[in-house]
Design a protein around this ligand. Structure first.
Ligand code: ADE
Length: 269
């Protein structure tokens, strides 16, 4: 997969040289190219921003440097890239989006600073290419570089050959179809006793069926507590009899449409 990132802070993308993404690059699975947007400016001050039309606070990134940058990068190779625009005003970036992007041969990321990029850039390239405006969460960062790091890592670990064990992402929280969109429960390793704290007995039992059930129960406990919205959305067909029993014990009740909702009792937690 080829990844291009255009930014006014190329050094912010240094983490792409380390760990999982760095190794994937070293092994030739990822071709990452970071570009300084200012190389496509032509004035003495390498200006990339200007005041917003209509007034208001902050600055807006000028369209010309972005246009030249994207034209140059797009012309450097055959084929159509997907342009990924990190913005708090985008669609939520989630695991399903990561899976979709991992199937694309070429992504170009356009992290912005200030109040964002002149809208005409998205309109222009959106007519010729797939453009995804994506938000990594409901908070506002100072720029799109950190979101690029987040998205690249989420995508890169899904590429064939990047993770050591091909099955390592099967049980991920949010892995499609895995644990019915549940959060993963706790994990343990050696030593068996640490500061007087042991390991849940079932994990030492060697009984795969009981271990799988315990893990699923733990996933429900955690999800019900931290992300009740995921349980409310859960496809009833994905819930077995034990799941239903556990949810009922936790103060959830089956609704007429088969989905589970919190009862007044369950809301107290
Ligand atoms: N730029 C600033 N905040 C952002 C967010 N939450 N997601 C993506 N890009 C951003």
């Amino acid at each position: 997969m080829r990844l291009d990132v255009v930014t006014i802070f190329p050094e912010y993308l240094e983490p792409l040289n380390v760990s999982l993404v760095g190794k994937a690059r070293a092994r030739g699975l990822l071709d990452v190219r970071v570009h300084d947007l200012r190389q496509w400016t032509h004035d003495r001050h390498n200006t990339v921003d200007d005041t917003p039309y209509g007034g208001g606070p902050g600055m807006v990134m000028k369209p010309e440097p972005w246009g030249e940058a994207l034209d140059t990068i797009i012309a450097s190779q055959e084929g159509d890239p997907v342009v990924v625009v990190p913005t708090p005003s985008g669609r939520p970036f989630d695991q399903a989006t990561a899976v979709e992007l991992a199937e694309k041969p070429w992504l170009i990321f356009t992290p912005a600073r200030y109040e964002g990029i002149d809208r005409r850039v998205v309109d222009e390239y959106g007519e010729r290419f797939e453009v995804r405006e994506l938000s990594i969460g409901d908070y506002v960062l100072a720029g799109g570089e950190a979101p690029v790091l987040v998205m690249v890592e989420a995508v890169a670990r899904l590429l064939p050959g990047v993770l050591g064990n091909a099955e390592s992402h099967r049980d991920d929280s949010f892995a499609p179809g895995a644990m019915a969109d549940l959060l993963e429960g706790p994990v343990y390793t050696k030593p068996p006793l640490w500061r007087g704290r042991g390991i849940p007995e079932v994990l030492l039992s060697g009984h795969h069926g009981r271990i799988a059930r315990w893990r699923r129960d733990q996933a429900f406990l955690r999800t019900a507590r931290y992300r009740p919205d995921l349980i409310e959305r859960c496809d009833p067909a994905a819930l077995d009899a034990d799941d239903r029993k556990l949810l009922t014990e936790l103060g959830w009740a089956e609704r007429p449409d088969g989905r589970f909702g919190r009862t007044a009792e369950g809301m107290e937690e």
